[in-house]
Design a binder for this molecule. Structure first.
Ligand SMILES: *Cc1c(COP(=O)(O)O)cnc(C)c1O
Length: 446
């Protein structure tokens, strides 16, 4: 924990922090953001993202055979980009929004295999590790058909190795399901807020689930420690992994294609705004960075966090990154958005995206549930609470003084009629019906 006087110093220096520590909804414009910053000089480049995409292409024949639900997309794990006119109308009427532009829903909730954004980064890192082992043991070359990964010499090899991860639930689902399918021994260290059904599902697939009565950061730490004791154990480090980050960043290449196919321009006259729910930061950081690489100053990325778990906001605002937690500011990290229940951000991601991230806003659980109900009623999309954090984005941008200030500062105000807003819906399709109907009920009560 930080010292009392350190906290006071930061609250004095950054008045927004007193609202944050009161659990109020806030909108923070990142002063480190610059329209002119160019990713070409970074350690993670477009070529790296393209290499990750090529690796996923190599594995497509395997995925298509191992997970029949990916046959439709030829073994590529991708989600639809949907127009949501009815949801847009409900919200623009209710909030009286001028020039709402066009709203789209990026349905990572429907990603095959694990039903959340974690099917991007998590599965990618497992596949990369499997490929490295198979190459080392000369079971395959990069030019062969990777459908072979389902064959016995491969499962036999992987059964001598293990994979471990710490998770609030969804990363565990992705890594657990993928690793078990390839034949690895896999252990998921689950934080206390993880949903029961996720643990049950994983155990049914032969995954070892270790439960903690503590939050995500501790589950990760324990997982890391236990994995260090075993040379054949590969630990997937959600807080520091550039591999995960790259798996997420591939989404940008795919999204660009989808926008082109749907005839939606992104250029100087047609700005793109993207709203990404943020937990530890890897998912939204990777996707957001990929988008900046492709669309540069014409895309504007905002993260969304629960009012009790604004770890990335506190880390970036103070510049303390992983050295500060929401508990330092008297917050509880209690939220129904279990995928976002992270008290301490990834320092790697926070520092990396500093010049690229436009801002962060926070949202109450009550608002998440109201949006969950609206999107279910209007668009028949079943999303988990975490996945709704981005759905408040257009309203916040268009209505708060900080949001409109951002638009003025970057000469966007007069372009908003032609703007596109993408709400990144990060999870939901695997939620059991009875759990979903509880969520829906919460939306009518709140
Ligand atoms: C994990 C998760 C996020 C956020 O991703 P991070 O990499 O933790 O920032 C958002 N939504 C859902 C549903 C998730 O599972």
């Amino acid at each position: 924990m930080l010292k009392e006087e350190t906290i006071k110093h930061y609250v004095n220096k950054y008045p927004l922090l007193s609202k944050v520590s009161d659990g109020e909804e806030v909108f923070w414009c990142n002063p480190g953001y610059s329209d002119n910053h160019r990713p070409e000089t970074e350690t993670i480049t477009l070529a790296d993202i393209q290499e990750a995409e090529a690796r996923l292409q190599r594995f497509a024949p395997y995925l298509s055979a191992a997970f029949p639900e990916t046959q439709e997309t030829n073994g590529i794990i991708e989600s639809p980009l949907l127009e949501i006119p009815d949801f847009q109308k409900i919200i623009t009427d209710k909030e009286d929004l001028m020039h709402p532009g066009k709203w789209l829903l990026k349905c990572d909730s429907n990603l095959p295999i694990s039903g959340s954004i974690k099917a991007r980064g998590g599965i990618y890192e497992v596949l990369k590790h499997a490929e490295e082992l198979a190459l080392q043991h000369q079971l395959i070359t990069r030019d062969e058909n990777y459908a072979k990964f389902a064959e016995e010499p491969f499962t036999q090899l992987f059964s001598q190795y293990s994979i471990a991860v710490g998770s609030t639930g969804n990363l565990g689902l992705s890594i657990g399901i993928m690793s078990a399918k390839l034949g690895f021994n896999v252990t998921v260290h689950m934080s206390g807020d993880a949903q029961e059904w996720k643990k049950i599902l994983l155990r049914s697939k032969g995954v070892e689930v270790i439960e903690y009565h503590a939050d995500y950061s501790l589950a990760v730490e324990e997982g890391r420690k236990q994995a260090e004791l075993d040379k054949r154990c590969y630990f997937i480090d959600d807080e520091n992994s550039t591999t995960l980050f790259l798996g997420y960043a591939v989404a940008a290449l795919r999204l660009k294609k989808q926008l082109q196919e749907q005839g939606i321009p992104v250029d100087q006259d047609h700005p793109l705004f993207v709203y990404l729910p943020c937990g530890v930061g890897g998912g939204p950081g990777g996707v957001g960075y990929g988008l900046k690489v492709l669309f540069k100053e014409n895309v504007h990325c905002f993260f969304a966090e629960p009012v009790q778990s604004p770890c990335m906001l506190i880390g970036m605002l103070t510049g303390l990154h992983e050295e500060v937690s929401v508990f330092d500011f008297g917050l509880t990290n209690d939220t129904a958005a279990d995928g976002l229940a992270v008290g301490r951000p990834s320092g790697f991601v926070g520092k990396f995206i500093e010049p690229y991230l436009s801002g962060i806003y926070t949202i109450t659980d009550g608002e998440l549930f109201r949006l969950l109900r609206h999107i279910s009623d209007s668009e028949k999309q079943s999303l988990e609470p975490s996945a709704l954090a981005g759905a408040a984005g257009p309203t916040r941008l268009l209505k708060t003084s900080e949001g409109t200030g951002y638009l003025k500062k970057h000469h966007l105000a007069e372009k908003m009629e032609k703007a596109t807003h993408i709400i990144w819906a990060t999870g939901g399709s695997m939620v059991p019906d009875e759990v979903m109907s509880n969520y829906y009920q919460m939306g009518s009560r709140s």
